[in-house]
Design a binder for this molecule. Sequence first.
Ligand code: NIG
Ligand code: FE
Length: 411
Amino acid sequence: MHDLLIENIGLLATPTGTAAKAGAAQGEISLLQNAWIAVDGERVAAVGTGDAPEARERFDACGRLVTPGLVDPHTHLIFGGWREHELAMKLRGVPYLDILAAGGGILSTVRSTRAATQEELEDKAARELRVMLAQGVTTCEAKSGYGLNLEEELKLLRAIRSLNERQPVELAATFMGAHALPEECRDDREGYVRQIVEEMIPRVAAEGLAEFCDVFCETGVFTPEESRRILEAGQRHGLKAKCHSDEIDPIGGTEMAGELGAVSCEHLIRCQPSGIAAMAKGGTIACCLPATSFYLNATFAPARQMIEAGVPVAFGSDFNPGSCPVNSLQVAMNIGCYKYRMTPEECMTAVTLNAAAAIRRADRIGTLEPGKQADMLVWDAENLDYLFYRFGTNLVRTVFKRGRKLLDAKT
Ligand code: NIG
Ligand code: FE
């Protein structure tokens, strides 16, 4: 007798396994028609077709599509305020890095984030997480990076820890003190890098506040050499490396991060063949952010070349108040499919198994197989093509997290 049975699944579509997939394997999705899923506690107990086993609770999927819960491997979830005042500048064509250099952009959000209490930031992020969950995101990465000094960065990471306890979307925390040079350190780059390496990283690690360390390696922000020092310090303290690289200029961040064996590189819009080779060698996942390319009016990451070179591709929303105020991973999925010319199957792997691997959780989430966590979505769709063919509407109908039904749109 199982705890829960999802029955009458028209199509169960899931990647398989516990490691990221690249090459042809990224497009291999197991498709099971007329299927059921049995759940015990928080985990999938069995998957099958035909005669379903007994269960205490039954849920009728009414012939719909079921997939694993979506995993968003890249968000800047915790911030104060918004930046709609930058829209007119953007429409006039003022470049993103010029807005930052003039004290706006990330630095504007740093001011509003510092002015907010931890509780205010949590409440604001909790509202976004409710929308993300309704759109199918059952696990999400969240970065700090709008505090830019020890106490303020700790405040953001503590907000993430507390949110993890008070709402159902599971969060993976990333320390990103190296998101920008704070205004008060404008003339002391070296001082700020040392503060990150000598004070912030040891403290964040000692308090167990983050699993990952990320750096914005970009023209006018952190150089590949500074980024390497920061990521290596993180690695020494047990924080796995991630790197924002090639978002605007290809200055060598991806090559450096691949050499360090980073878990993932982020953005990669201008990634060069040398960067792709470095990721392949380093076992690094390419975390592509299609909605950011759209919002920055930029080109799109060479995702197909990455897949062909054996680099697993994941998609994230990059939800943040500047370069991508979009909290919908479904929108990012759709843009990724069209602009990277990736198949629905490759895209599904990008937002489930590969995204889970990008936050080191592929052993537990990202597929629907016995032993995996029962994070499941029932879609208002009958097949995968439909998910990527529709655009801009929420197609998620029912969300299960750890075997519990959290949301159900009955209309
Ligand atoms: O991933 N590139 C750096 N960080 C964010 C943007 C943050 C912001 O503009 O506030 C990104 O694009
Ligand atoms: Fe980002």
